[in-house]
Design a binder for this molecule. Structure first.
Ligand SMILES: NC(=O)c1ccc[n+]([C@@H]2O[C@H](COP(=O)([O-])OP(=O)(O)OC[C@H]3O[C@@H](n4cnc5c(N)ncnc54)[C@H](OP(=O)(O)O)[C@@H]3O)[C@@H](O)[C@H]2O)c1
Length: 331
């Protein structure tokens, strides 16, 4: 699979003296409404449809034309944004539309999915003559149409180019990440994982200090000071992961295991959920047991890549009677 992360090249506006595209939006939940609103505010002729018609009403004030049927919405559209709940809904709706109504439109599929679902939906669409471009909107609704917007696109590069003017109305950066239709979703879920693990780490730490009467607000500046170290740390981790080298010059997993034992014990004393500290401690313990105690933390990527090897080691420890990690924490 090829995943590119090349930002779209800016086109010279003077070289695009053509008529602005007509755009359609299918689905007017919070995100679809934000997309339709951004398109209309950018001055594009925008037609929208939603299963529940009342949700379309606020958009009329922005000049959005509300269509009675999905076919009516897409018939004149050069670009259609499908912003529905999921891919099953998107497929069912696209299948219900007369193919001749969709023939002139590039369909930008903005429903969240797994990479596999994105590939299947794109294949499904291609088989039916629907020109589908996969998309992943990476910002919350208030940022759509602003310079802080970020949307990832993948699939047929010609469809990416053909939808340029409509995509530009969403603001910020439209980033083409490769011709694999699953690439946008892959990077979407990977970014979500970074975001949710970060948020959950903060929440767990807030619960831990809260158990001793320290408020989350008081802890916040200290939490932020750790987060500020992360950009440089991630750069080093990325270098190590790609190089397959895990030098323990700055940090050693054996040392980090001791620190993570302290996190686990403190959370345990506070009566907190132990799944997160157990995971961290067990990863460090597994790395040490595998002989990587002198390596840096990036070595953990090998354990994350091959959970069976980690579990085999845990089972080995259990049968040898040399268990250093409680069995409940190795799952
Ligand atoms: N909201 C965000 O911040 C955000 C951020 C990034 C990505 N996304 C993605 O954007 C997509 C849309 O999200 P959303 O926030 O707008 O809300 P959502 O609840 O995921 O989607 C709501 C839309 O799907 C429609 N829908 C659901 N089932 C349908 C069906 N069986 N037939 C026809 N239409 C159906 C709804 O129509 P009705 O109004 O009739 O129910 C509504 O238009 C999702 O895939 C989401 O993951 C959202």
């Amino acid at each position: 699979m090829r995943v590119e992360t090349v930002p779209e090249t800016e086109e010279d506006p003077m070289s695009r003296q053509h008529t602005p595209p007509t755009v359609a939006v299918l689905g007017l939940g919070p995100m679809g409404s934000a997309v339709a609103s951004a398109l209309a505010r950018a001055g594009l002729a925008t037609v929208a449809w939603n299963r529940t018609p009342s949700r379309a009403e606020p958009l009329r004030d922005l000049g959005v034309v509300v269509a009675a049927t999905p076919d009516d919405a897409v018939r004149a559209a050069d670009v259609t944004f499908a912003v529905l709940r999921d891919h099953a809904t998107t497929r069912a709706l696209l299948a219900s539309i007369d193919p001749s109504a969709l023939a002139g439109s590039v369909v930008v599929n903005a429903a969240s999915a797994t990479p596999m679902q994105a590939r299947e939906t794109t294949r499904w669409a291609t088989d039916r003559g629907i020109r589908l471009l996969a998309a992943a909107i990476m910002v919350p609704t208030p940022l759509v149409g602003t310079e802080d917007a970020l949307v990832l696109y993948s699939g047929d590069p010609d469809l990416f180019s053909a939808s340029h003017d409509a995509r530009a109305a969403l603001g910020g950066e439209g980033r083409y990440v490769g011709d694999d239709p699953g690439a946008a979703s892959l990077l979407d879920v990977a970014m979500l994982e970074v975001f949710f693990t970060g948020m959950t780490g903060f929440l767990h730490a807030a619960a831990m200090v809260g158990a001793s009467g320290v408020s989350a607000a008081r802890f916040l500046p200290l939490a932020r000071s750790m987060v500020e170290i992360l950009p440089a740390t991630l750069t080093e981790l990325a270098r190590d992961v790609d190089a397959g080298e895990h030098p323990g010059a700055q940090d050693r997993i054996a040392m980090e295991l001791a620190a993570l034992e302290h996190v686990h014990a403190t959370a345990s004393d506070a009566g907190l959920d132990l799944r997160l500290p157990s995971l961290l401690r067990d990863l460090a313990a597994s790395a040490v047991e595998a002989g990587h105690g002198d390596d840096g933390w990036s070595r953990v990527v090998d354990l994350l890549r091959d959970p069976r090897a980690r579990d085999d080691r845990a089972r080995g420890r259990a049968t040898d009677g040399q268990l250093t990690v409680p069995p409940s924490s190795v799952q």
